[in-house]
Write a protein that binds this ligand. Structure first.
Ligand SMILES: *[C@@H]1O[C@H](CO)[C@@H](O)[C@H](O)[C@H]1NC(C)=O
Ligand SMILES: *[C@@H]1O[C@H](CO)[C@@H](O)[C@H](O)[C@H]1NC(C)=O
Length: 383
């Protein structure tokens, strides 16, 4: 496991931090508990962290999933708990300004949203673009009038008492999240995040070819145009959604912060396993096993008209997802048409039926770019 090389150029400091995180990741993977793919007996150790990527395409789920050994709170939580301020850690203005000046330095913290429920004693680390919205349709949102008793409440990082509560609860509560293939997730991010860019003349356009080189670019655009109406979302929103998934899975030391990790690629199967595990805990009320999440589906395939036929991972954050009936079907078809149009405006290209096409031909450079940008996720989970 010694021969690991980073295909990304970076500052020496970033490289040292990275090497440390690689070692920790390797150790984390080596110490994970059962539930993931069994190691093939007698297989030679991988010579390079990216050897497995020879076969890696948009459908490949991460190899590491299921039950994990939890080591402590998520990095963003423990850093805030240790006295660092949210504003200092979550894509702060100096970091954004440095990016506009050409810096590629990583953000000062690995930021991720957290949701929790005290009655059912669980913490859901809500990784962007990994079926989070679909999961919230099952649990329901505590801030909505329709909240059930299993609803999830968003951690307010500036509320010291709530941060303390999460730190205290972390060892005992069941902590889970979902992962997604980095290539497929990058497409989903691009489709979702560009919808917050105005199509007005004079507003910046960001093509897929440009986005794939550095997914933080949509945050940059919103930061640079903050005083205009070109962006209808905050720069912070755009940066958070483009961030690596490892931000949502690891402690400050790069170890697992989770008890369990599901896969968007096997959403139905893994969701059922999750409910089973949550319900297997003694002394905790049972969640309904006969209620299923509604698939949010922003990135409907252009090859299908049904709103429910695409992967659950197409979740948008706010499209809700399809109900039944002809009216809903018509609405879904209209929404899909509008998405196709938006994609064309953004990129001047078709939204192909085979998502691998985003990494082939004229977009070939996007394969190395995206796997490099999300190298941390791949090192942690792809082998
Ligand atoms: C978060 O907590 C802070 C401090 O208690 C409070 O001022 C702020 O209104 C809260 N934000 C939200 C969205 O509840
Ligand atoms: C989707 O709907 C459009 C418009 O109604 C139709 O022309 C097209 O054939 C449909 N495609 C599929 C795959 O059903």
């Amino acid at each position: 496991m010694g021969e690991r090389r980073r295909p990304v150029s970076a500052s020496r400091l970033a490289r040292s931090v990275f090497l440390l995180s690689v070692l920790v990741s390797v150790w984390w993977v080596a110490t994970r508990q059962a539930g993931d793919a069994p190691a093939s007996p007698g297989a030679a150790p991988l010579a390079s962290p990216f050897t497995g990527l020879a076969q890696y395409d948009v459908e490949t789920p991460f190899k590491v999933f299921g039950s994990l050994r939890k080591h402590g709170p998520l990095g963003s939580v423990s850093m805030v708990h240790a006295g660092r301020s949210r504003g200092e850690l979550c894509f702060p203005t100096p970091w954004r300004d440095a990016r506009l000046a050409g810096s590629k330095a990583p953000p000062p913290a690995k930021w991720c949203a957290i949701m929790f429920n005290n009655k059912y004693k669980f913490i859901f680390v809500k990784c962007p673009k990994t079926a989070g919205t679909s999961l919230v349709t099952y649990f329901t949102d505590c801030s909505e009038p329709t909240a059930a008793d299993r609803c999830v409440r968003l951690l307010n990082y500036t509320d010291a008492a709530m941060v303390q509560h999460l730190v205290d609860a972390w060892p005992d509560y069941f902590v889970f999240s979902f992962s997604r293939n980095v290539l497929r997730r990058a497409i989903s991010q691009y489709q979702y995040l560009t919808r917050f860019l105005s199509e007005d003349e004079g507003c910046p356009r960001v093509s897929w070819d440009k986005y794939c080189l550095d997914p933080f670019v949509l945050g940059d655009v919103c930061h640079a145009t903050a005083t205009s109406s070109c962006c209808t979302q905050s720069a912070e929103h755009q940066y958070v959604h483009a961030s690596p998934q490892a931000n949502c899975f690891t402690t400050a030391a790069g170890r697992s912060a989770l008890d369990w990790l599901g896969r968007v690629e096997a959403f139905e199967e893994d969701f059922a396993a999750l409910v089973g595990l949550l319900n297997a805990r003694p002394g905790v009320p049972k969640l309904p096993a006969d209620v299923l999440p509604t698939k949010a589906n922003y990135n409907a395939s252009p090859c299908k008209n049904s709103s429910s036929s695409d992967a659950a991972g197409g979740s948008s954050g706010d499209d809700g997802g399809g109900g039944g009936g002809a009216a809903a079907a018509a609405q879904a078809a209209a929404a899909a048409a509008s998405r196709r149009l938006r994609w064309n405006v953004r990129d001047g290209m078709e939204n192909p039926c085979d998502k691998n096409d985003f990494f082939r031909g004229q977009h070939k450079h996007c394969y190395a770019a995206v796997t490099n940008f999300y190298a941390e996720d791949l090192l942690l989970l792809a082998q």
